[in-house]
Design a protein around this ligand. Structure first.
Ligand code: PMP
Length: 370
């Protein structure tokens, strides 16, 4: 029987062939007599699994040779501290552009470790509107040329605001300031550029695999500046020098990530997924925009292709909407508690058919309730 379509923002839907293969290999991985969960991270078998996941990721992301890929723990929220612990010490200052809830959280956490400045004024609350609905014009950003880095969130999972190009430090009047990009919720959804980027980080639980694995891609010249209080297990230089095996890495999550990378290859690679993701998002936004019954408030140029928050004009219908959706096999459409409403996440593993099914349900619900 077909499984329902799962629109969770994360942990999120995974490709069914990946789950089936993990199930088939659960008790005995490739004749080893062990589950992947039971293997030493330093043994030959896991060494193979690790190298496959690491090499596939580098290739799919097009990571340039002068960057390290680190498989860590701690998640995106952990990185909110781990990044400044590693990077802010170079100058003591870091700049942030806030385009949503996650970048706001990152800035707040970093301020525990150094001098933090927002490069544009904070979005203000307006009655009846979600708080974050766009990206402040980069021409107005006030980036300090001696900031240790400029942080931005590539895709705001809660608010549905996405950068489609990174503003370049040179054009911002700060040529020596590397970008730090939180790519948790759009990693591998399309090709991402390393131009101007010092570091990207992302939790795995949206496009890559189970929660527990955090991937960091860091330019080599940024290693070795950790604050003395930085825990050894979170010092990028230590993690890099030990091939992500300074402590026990999240072995099972890395194994699943490797299977997801195989699945991406089978889909035709990241570019093929990008085209499919663009089509999925266009379909859903067209449906929302054509309706006076639903509303997405984000400026069209920065509407996320991964997370689509939307609101019913009559919020008293929210519960009926969610109950009906579940009955129709459309799961986890409830919006984040901080903004309310609904949210449909369209990660790589969500097929176009799932978006067609959602659009049919949206139109049907509107006909019955408008
Ligand atoms: N950054 C972004 C963009 C996210 O979407 C999330 C999780 N939804 C986080 C950071 C935090 O991730 P975690 O809960 O794994 O720490």
């Amino acid at each position: 029987m077909a499984r329902p379509f799962n629109f969770s923002a994360g942990p999120a839907v995974l490709p069914e062939p990946v789950l089936a293969r993990a199930a088939a290999e659960m008790l005995d991985w490739h004749g080893s007599g062990m589950s992947v969960m039971e293997m030493s991270h330093r043994g030959r078998e896991f060494g193979e699994i690790f190298a496959h996941a690491h090499d596939s990721f580098r290739r799919l992301m097009g990571v340039p040779a002068n960057y390290k890929v680190l498989f860590m723990q701690g998640g995106g929220i952990g990185e909110n501290a781990i990044v400044p612990l590693n990077l802010i010490g170079r100058t003591g200052k870091a700049d942030f552009v806030v385009t949503g809830s996650w970048s706001a959280k990152s800035a707040k956490e970093a301020s525990r470790y150094g001098n933090v400045q927002l490069v544009a004024p904070q979005a203000v609350d307006r009655p009846g509107q979600p708080r974050y609905v766009g990206i402040p014009d980069p021409a107005t950003w006030n980036v300090r040329p001696d900031a240790a880095y400029l942080h931005l969130c590539g895709n705001e999972t809660i608010d549905g605001v996405e950068f489609f190009d990174w503003p370049q430090p040179a054009a911002l009047g700060a040529p020596d300031v590397p970008l730090v990009v939180d790519v948790s919720s759009h990693i591998l959804s399309r090709p991402l550029s390393f131009e101007g980027v010092g570091l990207m980080f992302g939790g795995a639980q949206k496009n890559i695999g189970p929660a527990g694995l955090t991937i960091v891609v860091v330019r080599e010249d940024l290693l070795g500046h950790a604050l003395p209080v930085c825990p050894s297990a979170f010092d990028y230089a230590t993690v890099a020098a030990n091939g992500s095996m300074y402590n026990t890495p999240p072995t099972y999550a890395i194994y699943i990530a490797g299977l997801v990378f195989d699945w991406i290859d089978a889909q035709g690679g990241v570019q093929a997924l990008a085209e499919r993701n663009a089509a999925k998002a266009a379909l859903l936004y067209a449906c929302l925009d054509a309706s006076g019954f639903y509303r997405n408030a984000v400026a069209p140029a920065c509407r996320s292709r991964m997370n689509v928050p939307f609101f019913l004009a009559d919020e008293r219908l929210n519960d009926a909407f969610l109950t009906g959706a579940k009955e129709a096999g459309l799961l986890q459409l409830k919006g984040h508690k901080s903004v309310g409403g609904m949210r449909a996440s369209l990660y790589n593993a969500m097929p176009l058919d799932g978006v067609h099914a959602l659009v049919s349900y949206l139109q049907d619900f509107e006909r019955r309730h408008a």
